[in-house]
Design a protein around this ligand. Structure first.
Ligand code: GTP
Length: 394
């Protein structure tokens, strides 16, 4: 039987051994790309798992290219390659778990990697037919792809586009494994037909590219999202910073959305310089953090609270009339006035001044509204501080 299959395979334009060799060599070239990525991003532990996964599958492919028969390699080569391919899949899965900050139990990882080899040994011992051995290998491999898909799609889902490419590749992998399993089990496909399954090896090659480059894309996409978030976040208070507002205003100009910002509030802590001067810079920082916490507590989900600079803050309010904005400003003013800052040695009472302005509905110019709110704030300061002033065009 083995000899027959091999003869059939030899008659094909590309023998399975050649395809496995090509697959092994291309995996080795990915290895170099991965190695460079792992070295450049040493903190990403998931990349090390994926590198090991790739190394295992490259070794498996190269060993399969040495096999004198296809699709079932002789014993013990089949045991080694099965374990290598499975280790590759389980390491892909563990890498995904690490990527999504989920724990990985090393014993589970080892069990999943070893289980198919043990299954293969058992089937050989029970003298199970070659086609059933192959069918079972397909089946457990298909199960493994499902585990990977679950890790990607289970909530909470991140907004990372490249993860869907990887999920799609694993889904195609699943179909490519489950269909031959069904066909072998039901007798619709013979071992001879499997020999002409060059398409499966080539599909494996394409999917491998999608998956491993997808893994690299996932880590780079997440890194750039994290960097962008850091660049748009104020480190002291955790609020959005001026740069984030500029980005939002730029996007609004482009999209002319309906949930546009309709009111803005500018807030300034009164006599903040004297807090620094009397109690030190650290007390000043604590005061800023205290204020930011109250600001975050008072704004609605759709609003955006911003540290505009120094001791000045801004709230962008979509779909909010100037009357509603002034009410919110007043609530915040009174809350801050009645809640002292708990410093290490003492309780510090502070007050704030606020300027409120509406975005002109005809132009939708939020930058102009910020400018108007600033003018209102100036009036609040000069009117005696600890008050809310509305911008009045008249
Ligand atoms: N601790 C601390 N102080 C800051 C920070 N950023 C700005 N400041 C200080 O904030 C103070 C702002 O002072 P001024 O602009 O004179 O305003 P003010 O004392 O609040 O007076 P009015 O606004 O007129 O009520 C300056 O002393 C800055 O050094 C910061 O991140 N931490």
């Amino acid at each position: 039987m083995k000899q027959n299959l091999h003869e059939v395979a030899q008659g094909m334009p590309f023998t399975p051994e050649m395809l496995y060799l090509a697959s092994g060599i291309s995996r080795c070239t990915f290895l170099l790309v991965f190695l460079a990525t792992v070295i450049s991003q040493p903190d990403e532990c998931c990349l090390r798992h994926w590198l090991a996964a790739l190394a295992a599958s490259a070794t498996g492919s190269l060993l399969m290219s040495l096999s004198p028969s296809y699709p079932v390699a002789p014993f013990p080569l089949s045991l080694i390659t099965t374990t290598l391919f499975f280790s590759s899949l389980s390491l892909s899965w563990s890498g995904l778990r690490i990527f999504y900050q989920r724990s990985v139990d090393i014993r589970v990882l080892l069990s999943i990697s070893m289980a198919p080899g043990i299954l293969l040994l058992t089937m050989r011992w029970l003298d199970v037919s070659q086609s059933l051995q192959l069918a079972m290998t397909f089946f457990v491999t298909a199960l493994m792809t499902i585990l990977a898909i679950i890790e990607i799609l289970r909530p909470p889902r991140r907004r990372i586009l490249s993860q869907y490419v990887v999920a799609m590749a694993f889904s195609i992998y699943f179909v490519a494994l489950f269909v031959p399993f069904l066909m072998l089990v039901t007798g619709m496909m013979s071992m001879e037909m499997m020999v002409s399954g060059q398409a499966a090896i080539m599909a494996d090659q394409v999917l491998c590219i999608l998956i491993y480059f997808g893994f690299i894309a996932m880590t780079s996409e997440r890194s750039s999202i994290t960097l962008k978030r850091l660049a748009e976040t104020d480190q002291l208070t955790g609020l959005a910073n001026r740069r984030a507002v500029q980005e939002i205003l730029k996007r609004q100009d482009h999209h002319r959305r309906t949930d546009r910002i309709s009111s803005v509030i500018i807030i300034d802590i009164d006599h903040f310089k004297s807090v620094n001067d009397r109690l030190g810079h650290e007390a000043g920082d604590s005061t800023l953090k205290h204020f930011a916490q109250h600001l975050t507590a008072i704004v609605r989900q759709q609003d955006m609270a911003v540290r505009w600079g120094g001791e000045e803050f801004l709230i962008l309010l979509p779909d909010t009339s100037i009357e509603e904005a002034a009410l919110m400003a007043e609530r915040l003013r009174s809350r801050i006035e009645t809640t002292p800052v708990a410093l290490a040695q003492q309780l510090l009472s502070i007050t704030i001044s606020l300027g409120v302005a509406a975005v002109p509905p005809d132009t939708g110019d939020a930058e102009k509204a910020i400018h108007h709110a600033d003018e209102a704030l100036y009036r609040a300061k000069h009117g005696g501080r600890n008050r809310v002033c509305r911008y009045d065009a008249a």
